[in-house]
Design a protein around this ligand. Sequence first.
Ligand SMILES: Cc1ncc(COP(=O)(O)O)c(C=O)c1O
Length: 402
Amino acid sequence: MTPYPPDPSFNTHDGLSRALELLTSRNHDSVDLPLTLPESGLGDMRALEALSSHVLDGAAQLDSPTSVAHMDPPTPWITWAMALWNASLNQNMLHEMTSPFATQAEALVLSWLSPYFGMQGGHFCAGSTIANLTGIWAARDAAGVKRVVTSEAAHLSIEKACRLLRLELVKVPVDPQGRLDCAQLPNLDDACLVLTAGTTATGSIDPLSLVGAARWTHVDAAWAGPLRLSRTHSERLNGIEAADSVAVSAHKWLFQPKDSALIMFRNLELANAAISFGGSYLASPNVGVQGSRSAAAIPLLATFLAWGREGVAQRLDHLMQMADSLADAIEKSDRLELWGRPQTAINVFRPMSSSAAALVEALPSGMLSTCVLEGQTWARSVAANPLADMALVVEKIRAACP
Ligand SMILES: Cc1ncc(COP(=O)(O)O)c(C=O)c1O
């Protein structure tokens, strides 16, 4: 039986060194896991060995040269180091006492990023599902909106937020480029208009000229928001700076480990007053949906320190260019049909003479995903992996489409 408190001879340094060794090695012994809660433990080192094959081999390799299926990027090692430090400290953003530097770091990172979106500030949360919920909650309680208007291509988190907040949801059809069709907008006087900058299926950007047309405008920039950091592509999101709230997933195009996203507000004081709770045990109010929260700003702070805005922008520009090169190859092929030019590095296409599902199935696992548009299944490629080799991806698609 493992003694508790732990055996003092247990050496943290050896354990973490072994974890790193296993992470970078290809040889992991497969060990069956118990089917019921184990009565006694294996000890930390043996547990580490037992899990290595399951955890390390049982996941997609997001940095592989053919990995272009989803919005999940490979993460840089500097973020792994910060995640390790965070886990070891287990600080809580709810209690500044446990996280004095992390609290400052979060404020610093938000002060760096908010101006790119015309926002005053905000907070980190576990993902854009929560960021969207928080933005729409502020719209309801700070501006008194009665309903949410969004496009049919909006992410399901908008519908989820409406259900939770008991707000009516009105879905507006999209145009042939997958953008909210302005001609079909209802009256917006008592509405929160949710515009998407980079829809999940096609990467389309809703017309951001509509920002300000409703009582509250929330921009779901979960995917494409980071393009604001690119001098080449920032203007695609022009108009976002007049929104009332903006959601951005850092664990997508800011290359962060999960769970990392930002909700930002144009009038921070107004929004925070609507979404804050005090409590006798809290030194400062709890702002937003989550209670206890990790120091997710630290890995992002490290990434910006390491790469600068320029380093992030170079990667995004490269990914946009990779997606363009895939679109060019699809357009040139007489065996493939392109749904439309990529707006934010997402390509949607299908073979002329077989099904998209069959094409995706014939390719290496994790290379492409599928999406359904107007009842039709299409193949989908998302450029989130700067290490992907698009020439190889094109070659494999061509070979699978004889
Ligand atoms: C446009 C859009 N909004 C919101 C979300 C939800 O983000 P998360 O998965 O970070 O909760 C996604 C996820 O793919 C998305 O594509």
